[in-house]
Design a protein around this ligand. Structure first.
Ligand code: ZN
Length: 152
């Protein structure tokens, strides 16, 4: 990755962590999930309004580091309007990218800014945390997921 691209990615992450999108409680949400990363102190609550298998609306609240906040912010933009199976497919691609740095040519849009995270193993959990919460929410588990209770 060139330095210019790294800088651009950092700017996108900073922008989303300072001005997170969809950062509110969602009135009328019918799915919620909490994510907790004790190693970093990240907490995220996701609110989803699902119509059948489709994410009609999504928002989040939480506190934590810039990576976890930016990841949750970009996630809300990425999964809105997607079906449950689309969200799962996206989760797999993001997981692959943040753990290996490779995206196998998938067009991940803004999510690509997290490709560099694999170089910082402690940060991988911050980036993937909102995705674990999103999976829990679309599956209707309504439970708290912790990065320390499962494989990232
Ligand atoms: Zn973190």
């Amino acid at each position: 990755m060139s330095d210019d691209l790294t800088e651009l990615y950092q700017q996108v992450i900073l922008d989303h962590s300072r001005s997170p999108r969809n950062f509110r409680k969602l009135d009328g949400a019918n799915r919620t999930a909490q994510g907790h990363n004790p190693l970093c102190g990240d907490n995220v609550s996701l609110y989803l309004l699902m119509d059948g298998d489709v994410v009609k609306d999504v928002s989040f609240q939480g506190s934590g580091c810039a990576i976890s906040k930016a990841s949750a912010s970009i996630l809300t933009e990425a999964i809105k309007g997607k079906s449950k199976s689309d969200v799962k497919a996206l989760f797999d691609k993001v997981h692959e990218m943040v753990t290996t740095g490779r995206n196998n040519g998938a067009d991940l849009g803004k999510l690509a800014v997290f490709a560099g995270v694999h170089k910082f193993p402690a940060r991988v959990k911050c980036a993937i945390l909102p995705w674990h919460a999103a999976m829990s929410a679309v599956e209707g588990k309504n439970e708290t997921v912790s990065t320390e209770s499962e494989d990232t």
